[in-house]
Write a protein that binds this ligand. Structure first.
Ligand code: FES
Ligand code: FES
Length: 160
């Protein structure tokens, strides 16, 4: 299969790789770049576990061609924590027991980040809508919803 060059930033770092034409961003991030924070579940667009943010928009990396990301800015959970400091969403998920097996967590957190980036003070309904494409088989969703609301309050306190 033909290989094509692709360049993008991943969590602010420049990346340049040759990928097979037609390969998904999910596969390229994990197999080529080594960002194992992105999880592949259904690989057909129904579970949300592979969610990433591309140019500010929440996207499913299993349905996105790597070669379509040329010049894009890609964010994953792998880039959220600062050295020695978790991101407020990561804190809230840990403190609120919003993760059990953890498989859905990276996708949930990226869906939550995409929401908080555009709406720092979401309602409960906004949160439910924002994670409606993300399946969790463990938590019953309530701890996740609460964690995202807690993170939004922590954010607003830190900028007050
Ligand atoms: S792995 Fe992409 S939506 Fe399930
Ligand atoms: S914590 Fe297990 S799928 Fe969500």
């Amino acid at each position: 299969m033909a290989r094509v060059p692709v360049q993008f930033t991943l969590n602010g770092e420049e990346k340049a790789e040759f990928v097979e034409s037609g390969v998904t961003l999910l596969k390229a991030l994990r197999d080529k770049i080594g960002d194992m924070s992105v999880k592949g579940g259904c690989q057909q667009g129904t579970c949300g576990s592979c969610s990433v943010i591309i140019d500010g928009e929440l996207r499913l990396s299993c349905l996105t061609l790597a070669e379509s990301c040329n010049g894009a800015a890609i964010e994953t959970t792998g880039g959220l924590a600062e050295p020695g400091a978790l991101h407020p969403l990561q804190h809230a998920f840990a403190d609120g027991f919003a993760t059990q097996c953890g498989f859905c967590t990276p996708g949930m957190i990226m869906a939550a980040k995409a929401l908080l980036d555009r709406n720092p003070s979401p309602s409960r309904e906004d949160v439910v809508e924002a994670i409606s494409g993300n399946i969790c088989r463990c938590t019953g969703y309530e701890p996740i919803i609460q964690a995202i609301l807690d993170a939004s309050r922590a954010n607003s306190l830190s900028v007050a």
